[in-house]
Design a protein around this ligand. Structure first.
Ligand code: UDP
Length: 466
């Protein structure tokens, strides 16, 4: 195909690390298949995109201004990671909606055959329709969580309970999944949220379909159920982090706060499956009391760890912690090269908040998980990991949280670490995790399920573009 006939696709990720990174990965996957790919974002998010697309110079990045003043949001809050508190999220969402005129201006200036926009931009379907091009919806979550949240929206089983701790089964969702109201996001109980989901559903109905960062074999039952439930086409093209690794090993997201070579050297000096990696993503907000409990849990457990802490000061660390754990523990202050760490053979378990990207990265690397969900759809992901896939154990969090107080004591963490690292149960979990990792790798290889979905998607777009 000559340059003129090339398919042009515009990607518009939501402004959070957990969306920018997988969409950067997707841009690379499309670009290596000859699709001319453009990513639209705001200036402060460009480094994350650049860090993910790496040396691929074929991908164009277009920048738009973030409407601080108009939205009444503090300067610098250009992604979910930098909003001062979770209470700012509704204003932040409003601010992102103000990007619509700029997006449409860019669509006018850069004619494109398809707009792939995050589900959090329901209005993007109208924008695409104005230019007579198809819109695809990108969800930053897995299809099990998509189905669970849709069944809750439709059937509202949590509305009639007498207490937040009563259990209920998610109606019509395969797998007999039990939840409590405490595990649901605060906002999920509000009418505003139901309205937002409704808007997302409507925009999905007006779209060509949905792109999911997952692989069919991982959530097969739910992939089939979703198509029945929504009647929309879905393409399962993940794990996108693995598509990226096929090209440039481990390079993703922001610049790491540590020397990658040093951390790999440290891991090289450890035996296989002995190190625990602890990281809670880019948004989760832990109190100092909770961080201290984690420190105590890691210290009492007594084995090797890498712990990522999103703080710039360390007064809250128990007195003498660094001295006592020297040689067996590393704290990364800021941002870790997560995929590089997870893929190292020394890493034996991942204590995770169950953000979808982290979950999928652990699945890809075959690393068992200690699940510590915090917010958003993470409690659904925990169910998938622990109950449906059997590749993790729960630390025992009971409640969705805006700021994580000391809900998990050090002894709970120590117990979960012992359970995931040694003994018969741990071995069975590790075997299942390894098998699943192989399936994930096969999915992204030539003729694998994800690779075939991507081929099909590109063909469809070609046939629409004419
Ligand atoms: N991540 C990373 N280093 C860190 C923290 C996070 O590379 O120190 C990456 C991680 O690999 C994943 C993304 O940031 O790709 C976080 O997305 P996820 O969906 O797991 O969680 P969120 O940050 O959206 O809560």
């Amino acid at each position: 195909m000559d340059e003129k006939e090339k398919l042009n696709v515009m990607l518009f990720p939501f402004l959070g690390q957990g969306h920018l990174i997988p969409m950067g990965d997707m841009a690379r996957a499309l670009s290596v298949r000859g699709v001319r790919t453009t990513i639209v974002t705001t200036p402060l998010n460009v480094p994350t995109i650049r860090g993910t697309i790496g040396k691929n110079s074929e991908i164009e990045i277009l920048s738009m201004k973030f409407p601080y003043v108009e939205a009444g949001i503090p300067e610098g809050c250009e992604n979910t990671e930098s909003v001062p508190s979770p209470d700012f999220i509704p204003i932040f969402l409003k601010a992102t909606a103000m990007l619509q005129p700029q997006l449409e201006h860019l669509l006018l200036q850069h004619p494109t055959h398809c707009l792939i926009a995050s589900a959090f931009y329901p209005w993007a379907s109208h924008s695409a329709a104005k230019f007579n091009i198809p819109r695809l919806v990108f969800y930053g979550i897995g299809v099990f969580a998509m189905c669970a949240s849709e069944c809750l929206r439709l059937y509202q089983p949590h509305k009639d309970l007498s207490s937040d701790s009563d259990t209920f089964v998610i109606p019509h969702l395969p797998g007999n999944i039990q939840m409590t109201r405490m595990m649901l996001p605060d906002y999920a109980k509000t009418d505003k949220y139901t309205e937002m989901l409704q808007a997302i559903r409507e925009s999905e109905a007006a779209s060509l379909g949905v792109i999911v960062n997952s692989f069919y074999e991982l959530e097969q039952v739910y992939a089939d159920y979703y198509e029945k439930l929504q009647g929309r086409r879905a393409w399962y093209i993940g794990p996108l982090s693995l598509c990226n690794q096929l090209q440039e090993k481990g390079k993703r997201g922001k610049e790491a706060s540590v020397d990658e070579g040093e951390i790999l050297k440290w891991l090289d000096s450890k035996k296989g499956n002995t190190v625990v990696y602890v990281c809670f993503g880019s948004i989760a907000n832990f109190s100092e009391g909770q961080l201290r409990e984690i420190a105590r849990g890691l210290e009492d457990w007594g084995q090797e760890f890498i712990w990522v802490v999103r703080r710039s000061h360390k007064e809250w660390l128990p007195e003498g912690f660094e001295r006592r754990t020297e040689g067996r523990g590393v704290i990364i202050w800021g941002w870790a090269p997560q995929v590089l760490i997870l893929e190292h053979q020394a890493v034996g378990a991942f204590v995770t908040h169950c953000g979808w990207n982290s979950t999928l990265e652990a699945v890809s690397a075959g690393v068992p998980m200690v699940t510590w969900p915090v917010s958003a759809e993470q409690f659904y992901n925990e169910k998938l990991v622990t109950e449906l896939l059997g590749i993790g154990v729960p630390v025992g969090v009971k409640k969705w949280a805006r700021i994580v107080g000391d809900s998990v004591g050090s002894e709970k963490l120590e117990k979960a670490l012992n359970r995931i690292m040694a003994g018969e149960e741990a071995e069975a979990i590790r075997n299942r995790a390894h098998k699943l990792s192989q399936t994930a790798r096969t999915a992204v290889e030539c003729n694998g399920s994800s690779s075939s979905y991507l081929t099909d998607l590109i063909q469809q777009l070609h046939s629409i573009a004419g």
